[in-house]
Write a protein that binds this ligand. Structure first.
Ligand SMILES: [Zn+2]
Length: 271
């Protein structure tokens, strides 16, 4: 999913070291991993200062539960940046069915999403999708695309002590590309598929896709509008996940691989 167009105020971007161009599957990234981490940290601080828009749910049991799922997913050999800061925060907002990830790993899950999802495997699939956005550094890739080499280099040359540029609201305006979304879906599957012991049905994100496809229609309900603007449910996304399961010869999941009962217990603790 995407960091939605928020009211995040000014995000200062620290460009500490020189730039290294890193090519990867979906594009060039002129930022360093350290910069992803710093940027994410700053945005985390902005969010913490804005409880009106981001009311944090203070429930250690629930937060630890979601965090434990994330901690297990990042054990997957398919997750490359294991040193990122994949810290979970739950936002107490039932009217938003969504989640988003900041550069460098911080993950935000809305209570609206937790109530919408029906089993643990589906939540794990969505979290793995989010982890991919951070792990594959989609935000700073988009920033590279948006600002271009020349502009980013100019910002670096103008630096005195480290704080180089006030990027303003632009980061919050960034949208992941459709290619990033496809990559996040595909890696959600691969993360879970390659996970030792395979605790969750790797294609479980499809249940979320099916549910949103069925509830959407032409006019999505208000709690889904943000999701639809960043992650339009599509038959293509669903088909791609189903095809991955088929190619891997996956049998239908057992209850143990979905963990519906365990999930419902935690879900019932939500305010
Ligand atoms: Zn996404």
């Amino acid at each position: 999913m995407n960091f939605h167009r928020s009211r995040l105020a000014i995000i200062s971007l620290f460009l500490v070291l020189g730039f290294t161009a890193l090519s990867c599957s979906s594009g060039v990234n002129l930022y360093s991993k350290q910069q992803d981490l710093q940027l994410g940290q700053q945005m985390q601080a902005e969010i913490a200062k804005d409880p009106a828009h981001y009311p944090i749910l203070n429930n250690p049991a629930l937060r630890n539960y979601v965090q434990s799922i994330v901690n297990r997913i990042i054990q997957s050999p398919n997750v490359t940046n294991k040193d990122f800061n994949y810290t979970v925060t739950i936002i107490h907002d039932d009217k938003t069915v969504n989640a988003f990830t900041l550069p460098g790993g911080p993950i935000y899950v809305y209570t609206g999403l937790m109530k919408y999802v029906d089993n643990e495997a589906t939540l794990a699939g969505i979290l793995a999708h989010e982890i991919t956005h951070a792990d594959h550094r989609h935000s700073t890739q988009q920033m590279t695309k948006q600002y271009g080499l020349e502009r980013v280099t100019q910002m670096a040359l103008g630096q005195d002590s480290g704080l180089v540029a006030q990027i303003g609201e632009t980061l919050a305006m960034l949208q992941f590309s459709q290619a990033d979304e496809r990559e996040a879906d595909a890696n959600s599957f691969t993360d879970l598929y390659q996970l030792s012991g395979r605790p969750w049905y790797p294609a479980a994100i499809k249940y979320f896709m099916i549910k949103t496809l069925n509830t959407g229609g032409s006019q999505p309900p208000p709690e889904l509008t943000r999701l639809f603007s960043t992650h339009p449910p599509s038959q293509d996304r669903l088909n791609a996940t189903v095809a991955q399961a088929k190619a891997a010869n996956l049998p239908e999941p057992s209850e143990a691989q979905l963990n519906t009962a365990g999930y419902q217990r935690y879900r019932s603790m939500l305010p």
